[in-house]
Design a protein around this ligand. Structure first.
Ligand SMILES: [Cu+2]
Length: 162
């Protein structure tokens, strides 16, 4: 009986030590909180219609791997029908943002996404977007982030060459 008790208290001690070690690692793990005022806005890349701002919160959208970015779109901003090679997960943070499916930019078929709304757009799905008021959306996806317009004439990169 005594032997069992000793063995039990020994195991118990190991369990406590293991638990403490776990707590130590979790408190030392790095994390960085980005407050809304800390978001560093820059111009959106030339693959998007001019006027939008972009901020990288996590990862690098130009490299393989997951990333989180935010986009600030002015009132009246429109992104013509396009696809991405990876799934695009969109969360509306603020403003008035609309999203539609299909290969034609159509205000009537676009769905209003109130702040807090979320949508997962599968890879290759044709979609378009517009904002009635200045809006901020968050995009979570896998890099490298690419945007392929259904109609090449809609691609702002093509417009610049002409
Ligand atoms: Cu998109």
């Amino acid at each position: 009986m005594k032997k069992i008790l000793i063995a039990c208290s020994f195991l118990f001690t190991i369990a406590i030590v293991a638990l403490m070690a776990q707590q130590t690692t979790s408190t030392t793990s790095e994390h960085k909180v980005i407050s809304p005022n800390d978001v560093q806005w820059g111009d959106a890349p030339p693959s998007l219609p001019p006027g939008a701002k972009m901020a990288v919160l996590d990862g690098d959208p130009t490299k393989p791997g997951s990333f989180t970015i935010r986009m600030k779109t002015p009132a009246g901003y429109k992104i013509p029908p396009h696809t991405h090679p990876t799934a695009e997960r969109v969360t509306v943070i603020s403003g008035s943002f609309k999203l539609g499916m299909g290969d034609k930019l159509d205000d009537a078929s676009a769905q209003e996404m109130a702040p807090g709304s979320f949508v997962n757009l599968p890879a290759g799905m044709k979609h378009f977007a517009m904002s009635n008021a200045e809006s901020i959306i968050q995009i979570n996806s896998e890099g490298p982030f690419q945007i392929n317009y259904v109609n090449p004439n809609d691609d702002p990169r093509n417009a610049k060459k002409q």
